[in-house]
Design a protein around this ligand. Structure first.
Ligand SMILES: Cc1cc2nc3c(=O)[nH]c(=O)nc-3n(C[C@H](O)[C@H](O)[C@H](O)COP(=O)(O)O)c2cc1C
Length: 171
């Protein structure tokens, strides 16, 4: 069976849709950034995600990344991906669980699919209480997504539907 590694960062945008999708997959290990743990609680999604096998960001050296070199996972999904994590991916920074799994998946030639939150200069997002929040991603955020699209082995998708279609090609 193909196992999926699914990283969640501290983003509210796309979070509920990603949670709905991933809990219906039965071969997923979920990796959480420290901010993701907080944001998941704010959006009251921790019970929805509780059946998933979760790996938390507790060890700076991230020894769990060895699983990518050992071929445990056929694909890495990062969804949703904050502008912070996308910036770190693009500049090769590996100082957290999520940035380490992104780097190690790349070094192990495991395909990566990323759903960034910051995809357009203006967007409507939902706050934890369901309120609409206007967000205006900065040029640097959009440029980093454009740079990520150029990475070999990385597919950037624009919504959960596209993520679903992309993931199906790896299963
Ligand atoms: C309620 C809430 C929602 C957030 N949603 C987003 C988001 O959609 N996109 C984003 O780039 N950052 C968002 N953030 C900010 C990130 O959580 C913050 O930049 C964090 O440091 C990212 O860390 P990580 O990339 O390691 O998960 C949100 C923060 C809060 C409190």
């Amino acid at each position: 069976m193909n196992r999926i590694a699914w990283g969640i960062t501290g983003a509210g945008h796309f979070l509920a849709e990603c949670a709905d999708y991933l809990v219906n997959l039965n071969n997923v290990d979920v990796f959480l950034s420290q901010a993701a743990e907080e944001v998941i609680r704010m959006y009251r999604l921790e019970s929805k995600l509780s059946p998933a096998r979760v790996i938390r960001d507790t060890m700076p050296s991230a020894p769990v990344v060895g699983r990518f070199a050992r071929g445990v996972y056929s694909v890495l999904i990062i969804a949703p991906a904050t502008s912070n994590s996308v910036a770190k991916f693009v500049y090769g920074i590996s100082d957290s669980l999520i940035t380490n799994i992104f780097a190690q998946a790349g070094k192990s030639q495991v395909p990566i699919v990323v759903l960034p939150t910051d995809l357009a200069p203006e967007m409507d997002s939902r706050g934890p209480k369901g309120n609409v929040v206007k967000v205006y991603p900065r040029p640097v955020d959009l440029e980093n997504v454009a740079k990520l699209r150029q990475f070999s082995g990385v597919t950037v998708v624009k919504d959960v539907e596209e993520l679903r279609a992309c993931l199906n090609t790896y299963l």
